[in-house]
Ligand binder design. Structure first.
Ligand SMILES: [Zn+2]
Length: 1001
């Protein structure tokens, strides 16, 4: 019946046993064989192959050689262009004609230099009719040597097989019998209702009885009997529901991963193939609506397929093609920093406004690995108050208790959230899916509406005519939920009207699966952190240069290009590291090049908004590096001639047993000859912090090929204890002391650490080099510390949150590993320990053991993931008081944003500070030029302690006007701030983000 999904009529239920006998008499196979009528061969077929993805104009200039059905082409990632000449027989006039094309790889049909139809892979599938009258035409088929899901060897997420060959299995012209198609859909719906409504349901019997009657009426060999059979079905489908029935808002969708099991370049073609199909469907189905997210993908199609893009814009104006989401790409929901999250929306919303004349009102992120508790505030700040996803249904341990609810972030902002209860963003319009949507909906007593997204996804593909035909029949059929074509706005508007009884969920939406995404592809993650820093610093420095000299050419265009590259790489299969090797390589090239030149040519100084006293390394004119202790102004510079003298120099002393003590008057550490920190003390209080520390290798339990499913089993934990180079002193002390050692992780992998202690610095820094050549291994570092608390604190975007340190409930246990940004902290009253890092995201605190995830070695879908050399830094910082009072947040910034050094002759005065903030709770995160407004700066600040504070933003820049604005930089109508001697006064609630437009005079 439906060969593709293996559905057949053999049912074991008594219902079918009793009533299905007659239906079985009907030869369904015979009917489906009559879907296509007469056939006709092509006039000619020729092809040429290329390893590149080239434009149409270039392709058609090439030399094509004759080709035939049965020919093989490839290998993987090549493109085979076919030239197809065909002539439709005169006697077919008025009939619906299809071209059957089965060639394994995804394909695009071109006609008259325009893309006209895309098609996926799999069994023989008809193209929609492109010509129904007598004619001859030439087409080109651009066939990619990859399937919808790339070219995995064996299983889908296995690494690609580079030598895969593709075959042209079938090409012919056929007459398509629309009446047979309609009957087949009728039967499918009726039989599915009979099956899935259940034996006790009266409609189930009625559906089967109707199907039975149709069989009696219908003679497969006589098409004149078909209308009467179809009429019976129509009569059944026109029996309406009562008023109380649930309404399903169906929306066409096509999830296209911007890169995953295929490279970025292929995604561009996937977008075109999918959306041209959507446009064809819209021409035939005026009510068909399609939701499309990711500005980047629309930008790709705009650049590469302008003709198609113009058609998309037409249908967007008609309200059928609906841009959604508001972001540049569907990004990872955990790892991008606060400013990156803002820019996802800023770049996305600006694009949608410019190209489609509207801002999106909903955030659309069906598929990612968890959602930060700061997102509601960021959405709100970007004109968005609605949210759609479904990925939480993938959680391994706990079932999320809602499908429609208010989601409240750490600052108290809330948005209306909906998870399509069918637990899918790629439905096909089956009865079973619609029933699941209602039955599974946990909030159906409170609101009587759900969303169903239909259309093949992940690798693209999108909706088909058959899906639409199914749902047309389910519009309002007694016994089934009402299935109506809808839009996100129609759906959410109904919820807003009826949603007063909805529950509120506070805090993060944590996905209990794929924790490995916090660690895998460490170089991508490190480059992400590094590029976030570079963009931060360049924007700050360029803004300050602009404020000092209005003729300064703020590099707005270049910055936009680099931001968009960074945002693209934050896509939910790239930054999380779930992509193939080709994508990882592409991503790394996006992090290279211009970034470096950008930093070298800028002024160098302190880009953080507080005064810093730190040891820096300077290069003398002689070329030698020397250390200096320097004090630098808040977001500004200081000219340094001589090093300051620290109140307490660093002392590094080797003991007789080969162990070493390091001490700087703030903290004191003792390391044994293996490099283990065997004790760490706070000098002022004598408080012992650590008794024992070791780098730890944990084996992982990884069920088969599952991508990131990860259960760390304690029994697999195996400390690294094989010494290669014993502990030795590198720097003897004074301004900086350091020691170094190397350990063998395995025969193939070595870890070398330089443990560094600077004068006046409250943390011990571990500069780590790893040669990593493992398989299915996980490297973590553990710090068993002397602090006890039920909760540990982790940094997230523009704030932090607590997670339990115990496994009381399944919700606690399921968070055995979590994500964090620059710092995490375990504090009891009056004392605590923070763990800082410069590029890691995976973390956990269980009991009193704090661990940081360093490296993984998964082999799918990239066998080479994380193999080779790595360098990263983490640091342990014990403190008195709370982490807020101890300045943990600031020190984590300092570790991530080192001071820049530059020749002193390029500055005029000895010290200059552009900005400072009076409250230590408030961080001035970003200073940049406003979009499209030279001479206007944006300063973005947030409250970082979780407190209500009033603070002054002080500046020496020539500011003549200050106005608060939203995250899209639209001025708040009542946001004029008085300019006072101390600057501008700002009031914050916990974790509030405030942006201020500063108009320069
Ligand atoms: Zn995806």
């Amino acid at each position: 019946w439906e060969n593709k999904t293996g559905r057949n009529l053999t049912r074991s239920s008594p219902l079918f046993k009793n009533l299905a006998a007659k239906v079985h008499r009907f030869n369904f196979l015979a009917l489906s064989h009559r879907l296509f009528g007469d056939t006709c061969p092509l006039v000619s077929l020729s092809c040429f192959q290329t390893p590149q993805r080239i434009p149409y104009d270039e392709a058609v200039q090439q030399e094509f050689r004759p080709a035939a059905v049965g020919d093989a082409f490839g290998p993987t990632w090549w493109t085979c262009w076919f030239k197809v000449e065909l002539s439709i027989p005169r006697e077919w006039a008025g009939k619906e004609v299809h071209l059957l094309w089965d060639s394994d790889g995804e394909a695009m049909v071109w006609r008259d230099s325009q893309p006209v139809q895309g098609r996926g892979t799999g069994s023989v599938a008809p193209l929609l009719p492109f010509c129904s009258r007598f004619c001859s035409l030439n087409l080109y088929m651009e066939v990619a040597c990859n399937g919808l899901f790339g070219a995995g060897k064996g299983t889908m997420i296995a690494p690609p097989d580079p030598d895969k060959k593709f075959t042209l299995n079938k090409v012919e012209l056929v007459v398509f019998n629309r009446d047979v198609h309609e009957l087949l859909v009728d039967f499918e719906i009726l039989l599915d209702m009979a099956k899935h409504l259940g034996e006790k349901n009266q409609r189930s019997f009625q559906a089967l009885y109707t199907a039975n009657q149709m069989v009696n009426l219908c003679d497969v060999t006589d098409p004149s009997t078909f209308p009467a059979a179809h009429q019976l079905a129509s009569a059944f489908f026109s029996q309406r529901n009562g008023e109380s029935q649930h309404t399903i808002h169906a929306m066409g969708h096509c999830h296209i991963d911007s890169a995953w099991l295929w490279p970025y370049e292929e995604s561009i073609r996937k977008c075109a193939r999918s959306w041209v199909t959507v446009v064809r469907l819209m021409e035939k189905n005026p009510g068909f609506t399609f939701t499309c997210s990711q500005a980047q993908q629309l930008e790709w199609v705009r650049n590469w397929y302008p003709g198609l893009y113009a058609q998309i814009q037409d249908f967007a104006r008609k309200g059928q093609f609906i841009p959604v989401g508001g972001t540049w790409v569907e990004m990872d929901g955990n790892l991008p920093n606060g400013e990156s999250m803002v820019r996802q929306f800023l770049q996305g919303q600006r694009f949608f406004q410019e190209q489609f004349g509207k801002l999106c009102t909903e955030f659309w992120l069906p598929d990612t690995f968890g959602y930060s508790a700061q997102l509601p505030q960021l959405m709100r700040g970007c004109g968005i108050w609605r949210f759609l996803t479904q990925k939480l249904s993938w959680s391994l341990v706990n079932t999320f208790p809602h499908h429609t609810f208010f989601w409240e972030g750490i600052d108290g902002s809330s948005v209306l959230a909906h998870f399509p209860p069918g637990d899918s963003y790629g439905m096909q319009g089956f009865v079973e899916e619609m029933l699941k949507t209602v039955n599974n909906n946990k909030d159906k007593g409170r609101v009587n509406h759900s969303v169903a997204l239909f259309g093949f996804g992940d690798g693209g593909g999108g909706p088909t005519q058959k899906m639409l035909d199914r749902m047309k029949r389910m519009k309002d059929v007694d016994g089934l939920p009402r299935v109506q074509m809808s839009t996100p706005d129609q759906f959410f508007s109904v919820l807003e009207r009826d949603g007063s009884q909805l529950y509120t969920w506070i805090g993060e939406l944590f996905l209990e699966l794929h924790n490995g995404t916090y660690t895998t592809q460490a170089q991508i993650k490190k480059s992400n952190r590094e590029c976030e820093r570079i963009l931060h610093d360049v924007e700050v420095l360029s803004s300050l240069a602009l404020a000092q000299k209005s003729a300064f050419p703020y590099p707005a265009t270049k910055l936009q290009r680099l931001w968009r590259l960074l945002l693209l790489n934050q896509f939910h299969d790239v930054l999380p590291g779930t992509c193939i090797q080709l994508v990882a390589e592409d991503a790394m090239t996006y992090y290279e090049g211009e970034w470096r030149t950008l930093t070298e040519s800028t002024v160098i100084m302190n880009t953080l908004p507080w005064e810093r006293t730190e040891v820096i390394s300077r290069t003398r004119p002689t070329g030698a590096d020397t250390l200096a202790l320097v004090k630098v102004c808040s977001m500004g510079y200081s000219v340094v001639k001589d090093s300051l003298t620290p109140p307490h120099p660093v002392r590094v002393v080797k003991q007789l047993d080969g162990s070493i003590t390091m001490e700087n008057g703030v903290i004191a550490a003792h390391l044994d000859s293996m490099g283990h920190v065997t004790s760490l003390h706070l000098v002022s209080s004598g408080r012992c912090v650590i008794l024992f520390f070791e780098p730890v290798e944990c084996g992982i339990f990884c069920p088969l090929d599952d991508l990131q499913r990860l259960c760390v089993l304690k029994t697999f934990r195996k400390p690294v204890t094989t010494l290669v180079k014993p502990l030795e002193i590198i720097l003897p002390g004074g301004l900086r002391g350091s020691v170094r050692f190397s350990l063998q992780i395995s025969e193939k992998s070595i870890i070398t650490q330089e443990v560094i202690l600077d004068a006046m610095c409250p943390y011990l820094r571990f500069l780590t080099q790893v040669e990593w050549n493992e398989a299915h291994k996980f490297l973590k570092v553990e710090f068993p510390v002397q602090a006890r608390s039920m909760n540990a604190t982790y940094e997230i975007q523009f704030g932090h949150l607590q997670r339990p340190t115990h496994w009381n409930t399944s919700w606690d246990w399921a968070r055995f590993e979590v994500w964090s940004h620059k710092w995490m902290d375990l504090s009891e009253h009056g004392f605590g320990v923070a763990l800082l890092n410069d590029s890691k995201y995976g973390a956990s605190v269980h009991g009193n053991t704090m661990s940081l995830s360093l490296l993984r070695a998964p082999k799918s879908p990239d066998t080479t993931a994380d193999m080779g050399h790595h360098q990263f830094t983490y640091a342990v910082m014990p403190h008195l008081g709370s982490f807020q009072e101890a300045g943990v947040i600031r020190y984590a910034y300092c570790l991530n944003f080192p001071l820049h050094t530059m020749p002193a002759d390029s500055v005029q005065c000895p010290a200059w500070s552009a900005f400072c903030v009076s409250s230590p709770a408030v961080v001035l995160e970003t200073v940049k030029q406003a979009e499209d407004r030279p001479g206007v700066l944006v300063a973005r600040l947030y409250e970082s302690h979780g407190s209500t504070v009033v603070t002054w933003l002080q500046t020496c820049l020539p500011v003549k006007e200050a106005i608060t604005c939203d995250l899209l930089e639209q001025a708040d109508p009542t946001g004029h701030l008085p300019l006072k001697e101390l600057g501008v006064e700002l009031s914050f609630t916990p974790f509030q983000v405030i942006s201020v437009l500063l108009v320069l005079g």
